[in-house]
Write a protein that binds this ligand. Structure first.
Ligand SMILES: Cc1cc2nc3c(=O)[nH]c(=O)nc-3n(C[C@H](O)[C@H](O)[C@H](O)COP(=O)(O)O)c2cc1C
Length: 369
């Protein structure tokens, strides 16, 4: 019987060859938002991995939307031009469809890169203004300024403008980052949003900005191309954003034309108590899928092909994203295909690495070339 993991999946006009997704992973080596040689190697490698979809890392919609000085961006012509040859390589040699994640770091912004401990960079040392839904800081980081209505309207435009650039680059799919304690999550979570105006208060108010951003991107992004939203399905903290809230948000997003939800979690506050373990976020993907009737992407400690297959077989999710597992073993999809008796894409120069070539055919081909 064919596996679920290697069955195709359609999102609007986009047909993914299989359900394996390379999760967006910030590399923190961009310069002024521009991709460089590392991105060519990293994304090029992932594009030939056999995954059905590769989502490019959190990409800042404005310069001040960056988390760190090494964040990728899509706010300028230079940013767009730097990504173009990398996308061209992935198209020429790879087979994965290409997504890109749009991001604003919110109250966690202006910090050093991950391996320098994400420490606050003050303005006089090259930092930039930190914005949030409210003036409540993330403990240990900068005091943010609450976005006023004019700034909110400007930012909504910036998301649309970045999506336009992504479309010009030939990107297939947009994922809007609304998780992990960054700006959109700052609006959603009552732990970081205590505004009194229409962008705060009850759940409806706290969801307003996210829904406006989604609408702006949906209006800009071609109708045949899908958009997903990554959320933190739970703050894992009393008084925080909950799975019930996530179901409600997914329902609203679906009505606006959202194609899938990635069910991640956490990141709002350091007091969170995450029950971590294999596939620990899968129950979030399952309930959102079932109750909101929207496709979901499961992510988080999914490491084994049969584990991924079981998640899909039990209708808990439609797509399986791997982060660290793909860095550890970028040939994960090849190995999964071998384990499940399936086929994955091999680029022609690597074809002779296919296990079947160990059974003698190799010499036939070797003699020919
Ligand atoms: C190096 C690294 C960078 C990451 N950057 C992002 C990012 O840009 N956007 C995002 O939504 N998640 C990011 N994440 C989270 C991953 O996409 C993923 O959700 C998380 O690692 C859990 O999945 P895993 O257990 O398969 O690694 C990052 C994770 C890692 C390890």
């Amino acid at each position: 019987m064919p596996s679920h993991l290697f069955s195709p999946f359609r999102l609007r006009g986009l047909e993914l060859a299989n359900r394996i997704v390379v999760s967006p992973m910030a590399q923190y080596v961009a310069e002024e938002g521009c991709a460089g040689p590392w991105h060519l190697v990293h994304l090029g490698n992932m594009s030939i991995s056999g995954a059905g979809l590769l989502i490019i890392e959190a990409t800042a919609v404005e310069r001040d939307a960056r988390l760190s000085p090494g964040d990728l961006g899509l706010w300028s012509d230079e940013n767009e031009a730097a990504l173009a040859p990398i996308i061209a390589f992935c198209r020429k040699h790879g087979a994965a469809c290409i997504g890109l994640q749009l991001q604003h770091a919110g109250r966690k912004g202006s910090v050093t890169v991950a391996w320098e401990k994400q420490r606050h960079i003050p303005r006089d040392q090259g930092g930039w203004p930190v914005r949030s839904s409210d003036g409540i800081p993330y403990p240990g980081l900068a005091l943010p300024t609450a976005l006023d209505r004019a700034m909110i309207a400007q930012l909504v435009q910036s998301y649309g403008a970045a999506a336009r650039r992504a479309d010009r680059l030939g990107i297939d799919l947009i994922e809007i980052h609304s998780a992990h304690g960054y700006l959109l999550h700052n609006f959603l979570s009552p732990l970081s949003n205590q505004r009194q105006d229409e962008y705060g208060g009850d759940r409806e108010g706290r969801m307003r900005f996210v829904l406006e951003v989604f609408q702006a991107v949906r209006e800009t992004w071609p109708g045949h191309k899908p958009i997903g939203v990554r959320i933190s399905a739970s703050d894992w903290t009393e008084g925080g954003w909950t799975l019930d809230d996530s179901v409600a948000l997914a329902q609203r997003l679906k009505a606006l034309g959202c194609d899938y939800i990635t069910a991640s979690s956490g990141g709002a506050v350091p007091e969170q108590r995450i029950a971590i373990g294999p596939g620990y976020q899968v129950p979030f993907a399952e309930r959102i899928r079932r109750e909101a009737g929207i496709a979901t992407m499961a992510v988080g400690l999914i490491t084994e092909p049969r584990q991924a297959e079981a998640i899909l077989a039990s209708a808990s999710a439609d797509l399986i994203a791997l982060g660290r597992g793909m860095l550890y073993n970028p040939r994960w999809p090849w190995h999964a295909a071998e384990e499940l008796g399936e086929e994955a894409f091999y680029p022609p120069p690597y074809e002779r690495a296919h296990p079947s070539m160990r059974r003698g055919d190799f010499f036939k081909i070797a003699r020919q070339s």
